[in-house]
Design a binder for this molecule. Structure first.
Ligand code: PPS
Length: 335
């Protein structure tokens, strides 16, 4: 089997990475570069995942892909949920649906990275789901199901500047994964690729390098914030859908932060409450999955030294990946 899961011996770093029910981790990697031209664009870097991922690695690798699937790929906390709802609505236009996003657009490997007690076998759910399926994943390019590259379903990729993504991820770990270490510890883990689905940099670069493929659309959180209607139109066109200006406006309103935070079909309020019931824990009083939804809020939480560390780190990482200048600006905008 070409996928290798190498257990990481626990040590000083473990405390900075552990979360509820997950104390062991592996570097997961694909050992053979597939014999397709696109694969030459992949970094093939080991991905930090819970050790239990090993149980499902082969199933994910051989997961059956259909041409009418729509995939949403992202590094965590980069605007996944926001883009999932956009994509699903463009394909279904049912703004009043009460069906939770988690059922409409399941997260492929969720059960492979979370506490067994949550019983989240999304792979089986997806295998039984009738087409057309909508599938979320945070896996990097080289760990996606092999058939993706031959079947070529539509893939929407979304990314976000690294410092906001990291801060958002910390709040996710703290409030949804019962993370006990400090903000600084989490950032150490992030910068040493020891948060789930790391590394961030090659995740983005690999998809940027594939952005001109016919079946791939590359979006950013920041573009969605700056000019949402344009991103909605571009995504509609990519998905082969057409809408009136009025419909686009209605959809933009539906997807606005203020509307989404109140919409129980997308705000994960029920899931967050269920999680705390199972774990007998509490979230921060002001925590919502749809939390701040702004650009640059890392400035309120990161010290000047931390910002400098991130700036240096991302610069070095992207230089090493030989990333295009635009990627430097996407991952770490100057303003
Ligand atoms: S996850 O867990 O990886 O799926 O998280 P993800 O959905 O990628 O990222 C969550 C962040 O996206 C913000 N968000 C939004 N921002 C603006 N407008 C809307 N409608 C919206 N919906 C979600 C959410 O608030 C998280 O960012 P932070 O910075 O934590 O607020």
């Amino acid at each position: 089997m070409p996928i290798v899961c190498e257990k990481i011996p626990s040590g000083e770093w473990s405390r900075k990475s552990e979360y509820v029910g997950i104390e062991e981790f592996s570097w997961v990697n694909e050992t053979l570069r597939p014999n397709i031209p696109l694969a030459s664009k992949w970094s093939m870097r080991p991905c930090f995942l819970s050790a239990k991922y090993e149980r499902s690695a082969e199933i994910v690798e051989n997961f059956q892909v259909y041409p009418d699937d729509t995939w949403l790929v992202s590094f965590p906390k980069c605007g996944t949920t926001w883009t999932q709802e956009l994509v699903w609505q463009l394909c279904n236009f049912d703004l009043a649906t009460e069906s939770p996003l988690r059922s409409r657009f399941p997260f492929l490997e969720l059960g492979c990275i979370t506490y067994d007690a949550f019983k989240l076998d999304m792979i089986s759910i997806l295998q039984k789901k009738s087409p057309p399926r909508f599938i979320k994943t945070h896996l990097p390019a080289h760990l996606l199901p092999k058939q993706i590259w031959s079947v070529k379903p539509k893939i929407v990729y979304v990314t976000r500047n690294v410092k906001d993504a990291a801060v958002s991820y910390y709040h996710h770990y703290k409030n949804l994964q019962h993370y006990k270490a400090s903000f600084e510890d989490f950032m150490d883990a992030f910068l040493t690729d020891k948060v789930v689905h790391a590394p961030y940099d090659s995740h983005v670069v690999d998809f940027w390098n594939m952005r001109n493929e016919e079946n791939i659309l590359f979006l950013t959180f920041e573009d969605m914030k700056r000019d949402h209607p344009s991103v909605i139109r571009k995504t509609a066109e990519f998905l082969g859908k057409s809408f009136t200006d009025e419909q686009i406006e209605t959809l933009a309103e539906h997807l606005s932060f203020d509307k989404m935070i109140k919409n129980d079909a997308v705000n994960y309020r029920k899931e967050v409450n269920q999680y705390h019931q199972i774990c007998n824990t509490k979230k921060d009083d002001d925590f919502n999955f749809i939390r701040k939804g702004q650009i640059g809020t890392y400035r309120q939480e990161m010290s000047a030294e931390m910002i400098e560390r991130f700036d240096k780190w991302i610069e070095e990482r992207l230089t090493k990946c030989k990333a295009d200048p635009q990627v430097f600006e996407i991952c770490n905008p100057k303003n």
